[in-house]
Design a binder for this molecule. Structure first.
Ligand SMILES: *Cc1c(COP(=O)(O)O)cnc(C)c1O
Length: 444
């Protein structure tokens, strides 16, 4: 590990001092480019995302059989977009800031199978791997009805192979449940932040759960090491996987269809702002990539991180990306937002997406809890703490007139704005656990 010259880092990037002081900060990246100029740096294309979408469609008949809860959406794992008008009013009051335009909530928290945004990338990567193995063995053709995979024959076939992953919880849930259902032998390496109920649920599905007392980076490293010992073991690399990234990106294309169905217009005069909680970066990065492909310059993406785990903001702001972690500047990476408890961001996502993400902000744990309570009070919607990180996004955008000016986002345009808060998890949190979350909220 290279050592960081802290004095120089803070002189060059004064914002780092605010991060160290655990202040809630907002940073709009002055180096953001047009979508057209930024997309080539991603290294992936619309065709790649369309291929992912087609693969998910091939698996839909299988998913309908294996997970009957997906029958309602014909085996497509997708979430609703809902208006949260009462929450909007509560936010305006809480922050004493009027929000122009409407606020919507993207309920990935209630995605079937695993109840978080990881039901996109995680499940997609497992399906991709399974398809590859079955095609190679000559057991499957892409023109088959994939419901044949729901059989003892295929479960037997997949049982020769294993899958491993390191996770703070939700990725492990998605990959563990999906892999076990297909018949794979699967190990999930869980960091200290992972909630007990997630470990219990995975074990009930026959998943091998390995627990660590350290954080996410260690869980990933150990998982990777174990996988290397076994030639038949596939390691799912949350920090670098383009497959995971593409699974998330499909959301962008689908949102365009969903908006069209609901009559929601997005264009240069009707800007769309999307607020995405960020951990290692694959989820928000992949979704933002899909959104940029779907809406171009009309969509503006912001990433939200806990004050105790601002790894992506630190990496992009200093240009050091995965060459720096929050612990190196004295931050502990301990947060109630377990889905976001990541100290070192994905270098792949940071570099691929930095030109396309307008801004980043941090949020206190206490504020995430308070917003969790407020959303429950105003909308009867229950999320896990991580999923609230996007909630104050519209406030930050509204309060930064210099940013709005730099993007020619006039008052006329802002009156037509759609603010979309990406709710990334919480739909499967057990009731007793949810009561504990709600008890942390201080509402006045
Ligand atoms: C994983 C996760 C995120 C962020 O996704 P990354 O790919 O780690 O950036 C956000 N919210 C929840 C609830 C998550 O589980």
């Amino acid at each position: 590990m290279t050592t960081i010259n802290m004095d120089k880092l803070i002189t060059d990037y004064p914002l780092v001092q605010d991060l160290i002081d655990l202040k809630q900060v907002t940073w709009f990246n002055p180096k953001v480019t047009t979508t057209e100029a930024g997309l080539p740096y991603v290294g992936l294309t619309l065709k790649d995302v369309e291929d992912a979408q087609a693969r998910l469609a091939r698996f839909a008949p299988y998913l309908m059989k294996a997970f009957p809860e997906t029958q309602e959406t014909q085996g497509i794992i997708e979430s609703e977009v809902v208006a949260i008008d009462a929450m909007k009013a509560a936010l305006e009051k809480r922050y004493n800031t009027p929000i122009t335009g409407k606020i919507l909530l993207k309920k990935d928290s209630h995605l079937p199978i695993s109840g978080s945004i990881k039901a996109r990338g995680g499940i997609y990567e497992v399906l991709t791997h399974a398809e590859k193995l079955a095609l190679k063995a000559g057991l499957l053709s892409t023109t088959d009805n994939y419901d044949i995979l729901f059989s003892d024959k295929f479960r037997q076939f997949f049982s020769q192979y294993s899958i491993a992953v390191g996770s703070t919880g939700n990725l492990g849930m998605s990959i563990g449940i999906m892999s076990a259902k297909l018949g794979f032998s699967v190990s999930v390496h869980m960091s200290s932040d992972a909630r007990q109920w997630k470990k219990d649920k995975l074990r009930a599905h026959g998943v091998n759960v390995v627990e660590y007392e350290q954080d996410y980076s260690i869980a990933v490293e150990e998982g990777r090491k174990e996988a290397e010992k076994n030639a038949n073991c596939f390691f799912i690399d949350d920090e670098n996987s383009t497959t995971l990234f593409l699974g998330y990106a499909v959301a962008g294309l689908r949102l365009k269809t969903q908006f069209a169905e609901q009559g929601i217009v997005v264009d240069n005069n009707h800007p769309l702002f999307v607020y995405l909680p960020c951990g290692v970066g694959g989820g928000p990065g992949g979704v933002a990539f899909g959104l940029k492909l779907a809406f171009g310059d009309a969509v503006h993406c912001l990433f939200a991180e806990p004050t105790h785990s601002p790894c992506m903001l630190l990496g992009v702001h200093t240009g050091l990306h995965d060459a720096i972690c929050v612990q190196e500047i004295g931050i502990d990476n301990v947060t109630a937002a377990d889905g976001l408890a990541v100290g070192r961001a994905s270098g792949f996502v940071g570099r691929a997406m930095e030109r396309l993400i307008d801004g980043y902000y941090t949020i206190d744990d206490t504020e995430m809890y308070n917003l969790l309570g407020l959303l429950n009070q105003t909308e009867s919607l229950k999320l896990e703490p991580s999923a609230l990180a996007g909630m104050p996004g519209a406030i930050h955008v509204t309060q930064h007139s210099d940013y709005l000016q730099s993007k020619s986002l006039t008052a006329e345009k802002m009156a037509n704005a759609t603010h979309l808060v990406w709710a990334t998890g919480g739909g499967m949190v057990p009731q007793a656990e949810m009561q504990q979350y709600l008890a942390q909220a201080k509402l006045d």
